[in-house]
Design a binder for this molecule. Structure first.
Ligand SMILES: Nc1ncnc2c1ncn2[C@@H]1O[C@H](COP(=O)(O)OP(=O)(O)O)[C@@H](O)[C@H]1O
Ligand SMILES: [Mg+2]
Length: 354
């Protein structure tokens, strides 16, 4: 299992996710939460993963850490990750409780998510919990652990760090709790931080502060970040590349500048139109995407976006599944029949790309 070498990670990449599929088999049917997602990250890069609620973003994040909620099951694809000794392993093949997976979770990849209240134990002080993370993943002395805990809280901008370590999570404001959670995630200097809606529950001012903090920490540590959000404004500010997801599939990806200047998928175009802008007059209704995400058990045939798509082509989009493929003359990838060659619009294309 440990010699499970994957060829799909270039020397300059930290992680590469290829054709990932994750299903939740439930009593009512199978939820295809992730149904084909591909992306790669280099050191120090930020990838924004964006899409409406329910499109599978958190499931991707949790799969990378091998902490899928039950009954989630990886159905295909791979997650290639480089170990400190330079071996490349496929995380999807590791046992969730294996020693290797536990060490990756602590020291290689860390997760920050939306509701820090649920990730802190109500029974232990913040200090105890930060110390516990350090104890598990470093060989610091007890005094070293105390010093490092204080340093971490100071680093994420928590005032009176020494005092705060003695407090419980419920005694902290939402913003401070989110900072403490980031401190805990960074305690072992991860090479990849997955931030799942890290600021969604916060007011705008605190949100901006937390995003600044993440950016600053990332620059100092050359850490890669996967930033999961439904907010394209956050992506514009933070990310180098973006992966747009719809109903479990990556539908468009590429450099943020290109995607914002020249979105190619009608879904991306709709998402971009629904960002409130300082140029949008209050009296106007914000244009957005018509309809809503279909129920997971009621996925449309062909392109799953077609019932909401303003560019729907009868006899094409309902008949075949578009392939996620590079778009000529750009660095973008897109899966849409508008960008397939005419001869490809009738022949059923192969599912997915390797
Ligand atoms: N534990 C679970 N059991 C069954 N279905 C789930 C579970 N967790 C998530 N799902 C379903 O998987 C899909 C993707 O969910 P999620 O990854 O949370 O999306 P997002 O983070 O983009 O909002 C949704 O349809 C959701 O209802
Ligand atoms: Mg989510």
């Amino acid at each position: 299992m440990t010699t499970n070498v994957s060829p799909n990670l270039a020397a300059d990449e930290v992680i590469s996710v290829n054709g990932l599929k994750i299903h939740y088999p439930t009593d009512e049917g199978v939820v295809k939460a992730v149904d084909g997602v591909d992306f790669k990250l280099k050191p120090g890069e930020t990838l924004g993963v964006v899409g409406e609620s329910g499109c599978g973003k958190s499931t991707v994040g949790r799969a990378i850490l091998n902490i899928l909620d039950k009954p989630g099951k990886i159905e295909g694809g791979e997650i290639a990750w480089r170990l400190p000794d330079d071996r490349v392993i496929d995380i999807t093949k590791l046992d969730a409780n294996s020693r290797m997976m536990r060490s990756i979770r602590g020291a290689g990849i860390a997760l920050v998510f939306q509701e820090p209240m649920t990730s802190f134990s109500p029974l232990h002080t913040v200090g105890n919990q930060v110390a516990e993370a350090l104890r598990l993943h470093t060989d610091l002395s007890e005094q070293g652990i105390v010093d490092r805990s204080i340093e971490l809280l100071q680093m994420v901008g928590i005032p009176n760090a020494e005092q705060r370590l003695k407090e419980y999570a419920f005694q902290l404001s939402g913003g401070l709790r989110q900072r403490a959670m980031i401190a805990m995630a960074l305690s072992c200097e991860p090479r990849l931080l997955i931030a799942d809606e890290p600021t969604t529950a916060l007011d705008v001012t605190t949100q901006a502060q937390i995003l600044d903090l993440l950016r600053e920490l990332q620059q100092t540590n050359d850490m890669s970040v996967i930033l999961i959000t439904h907010n394209l404004g956050v992506i514009a500010e933070m990310a180098d590349n973006v992966c747009v997801m719809y109903l479990g599939k990556a539908v468009e990806s590429g450099p943020v500048d290109e995607i914002f200047a020249n979105p190619q998928h009608p879904y991306t175009q709709g998402l971009l139109r629904s960002i409130p802008s300082i140029y949008t007059r209050n009296v106007e209704r914000l244009p957005s995407i018509r309809g809503s995400i279909p129920h997971p058990f009621n996925r449309p045939s062909g392109c799953t976006f077609r019932p909401r798509c303003p560019n729907y082509m009868d006899g094409v989009c309902d008949q075949n599944t578009p392939v996620f493929q590079p778009l000529e003359g750009t660095s973008q990838m897109v899966s849409c029949f508008l960008h397939h060659k005419p001869e490809e619009q009738t022949a059923p294309p192969a599912e997915g790309v390797a």
